[in-house]
Design a protein around this ligand. Structure first.
Ligand code: NAP
Length: 339
């Protein structure tokens, strides 16, 4: 067993866009385990948009990262040393681990065992993990889609968006998406069952594109993007439309967020917009896993991810994901799967 941990330190708070100098990669000794502690060798790790919020010192729903500390993330690892009888050596676990090759987990807190034979380990960070559950929960519990309704999904090919589009399709809806790349749009239509997916970077006006692609109006909007796109959606919603406000990635790197001018549409259409934070709904995970694995067995779900190799690649992959360089869920491969 190595005695060195390679880790990514949060070095500087970004102002506006995240830059590579916000991070520092270094080697450090692996600390000794106390009673109850567990040491993981990390295998796959997630980088997610919400981490941008944790890099700022503004108040938010998730605790901020501390300067000088190791970044952390959802990750899957193998227990290679343990002083905790509940989490023995050899267990493959999912939990909040560090942006690092090895994580010492105090008291084994928050670790959940993972069945390494049931699915590739990275799926537990994507389609069968937090982003997949976000899409499932937000669409079904807030969007409440009905057969024949029009569901519009922004960031349609991303970790969350690809799941939303496919479930909306399973529920018998007409599904429209947008993404920032022709290849992403083609994949969304060919593999994820989107009826239409348009490249928002190539249209003159979002509102005009939505009028064209949603001729019967929008009944459900799954909001991943915010800003000008939300304004355009508000101009195209139907009476009693539901907007699941999942994220607003177009705003995360702006020093001054954009305003919304069509808010009156919510009143005129007696429509509903509701934000949600998925970590408050984890009691719904068993139903999610049952539905998703069922649909997967029936061949109804496709999944796509982009994998960056090695812990040193994490900062660039994170920055790239915020800019749309990922195609599907962005994963970091930190180490080999268990033998
Ligand atoms: N509420 C919750 O609990 C919760 C949980 C998970 C995620 N989220 C939110 O869900 C959204 C999607 O997250 P994800 O993990 O699935 O990420 P993702 O979609 O896999 O990756 C982010 C994507 O956002 C798109 N994007 C970036 N800047 C944009 C802009 N200015 N306008 C339009 N699109 C832009 C890019 O795709 P294109 O190439 O298509 O532009 C990029 O690939 C984010 O807003 C995130 O914060 C919320």
């Amino acid at each position: 067993m190595t005695d060195t941990n390679r880790r990514v330190i949060f070095a500087k708070r970004p102002e506006g866009w995240v830059t590579p100098d916000c991070f520092r990669v270094e080697d450090a000794p692996i600390p000794d385990l106390a009673d109850g502690d567990v040491l993981t060798r990390n295998i796959v790790m997630s980088v997610d948009p919400y981490m941008r919020g944790r890099m700022s010192d503004r108040k938010s729903y998730a605790a901020g990262f501390e300067l000088g500390e190791t970044m952390n993330a959802g990750a899957v690892g193998e227990v290679i040393a343990s002083k905790n009888k509940n989490v023995p050596v050899g267990t493959v676990v999912n939990g909040m681990l560090g942006w690092e090759t090895h994580t010492l987990v105090k008291g084994g807190a928050g670790l959940m065992p993972v069945d390494a034979r049931a699915a590739p380990l990275s799926y537990y960070l994507g389609i069968l993990g937090m982003p997949g559950f976000t899409g499932y929960y937000g669409l079904l519990n807030i969007g409440e889609p009905k057969p024949g309704e029009t569901v519009y999904v922004s960031a349609a090919s991303g970790a969350v968006g690809q799941v939303v589009g496919q479930i909306a399709r399973i529920k018998g809806c007409r599904v429209v998406g947008s993404a920032g790349d022709d290849e992403k749009c083609a994949w969304a239509m060919e593999s994820c069952g989107y009826d239409v997916c348009f490249n928002y970077k190539k249209v003159d006006s979002y509102a005009k594109a939505l009028r064209e692609h949603c001729p019967d109006g929008i009944d459900v909007y799954f909001e991943n993007v915010g800003g000008e796109m939300l304004d355009a959606v508000l101009a195209n919603i139907n009476p009693y439309a539901r907007i699941a406000l999942c994220g607003m990635i177009s705003q995360y790197n702006l020093v001054k967020p954009e305003g919304i001018s069509n808010i009156q549409s919510l009143l005129i259409n007696r429509a509903m917009i509701r934000g949600f934070i998925i970590s408050e709904h984890f009691d719904g995970l068993p139903g999610f896993i049952a539905d998703m694995t069922g649909w997967m067995k029936e061949g109804k779900l496709k999944y796509r991810e982009t994998v960056a190799e090695g812990i040193d690649s994490a900062p660039a992959a994170f920055i790239g994901m915020l800019k749309g360089e990922n195609f599907g869920k962005q994963i970091i491969r930190v180490g080999a799967d268990p033998a």
